[in-house]
Design a protein around this ligand. Sequence first.
Ligand code: FES
Length: 101
Amino acid sequence: MTLKFAANLDDLNPDEPYAAMGDKEQIALYLVDGEVYATHNVCTHQFALLSDGFLEDGCIECPLHQGKFDVKTGAALCAPVTAPIKTYRVHVEGGAVMVEL
Ligand code: FES
């Protein structure tokens, strides 16, 4: 397990997805009800960045075909997405958002 700096907590806004980088993969961060969650940033349907999508009630809506994922569990919630999105454990340390890779 590697902890990777992903963002400053101050950079995150409630219900606004944020694009970050892991070592090699793109990660999306979400601030929901004061907690930070992280998923892979590329939709499991086709290529679209979830950080460009619409975040509401803990669900991220893909900007391309409006599939939805639960940002806490990664579960695919509606068509056309059927495969879950990878999630990452998040640690917030002294204002730094760290993601377990
Ligand atoms: S690319 Fe995300 S729903 Fe199609």
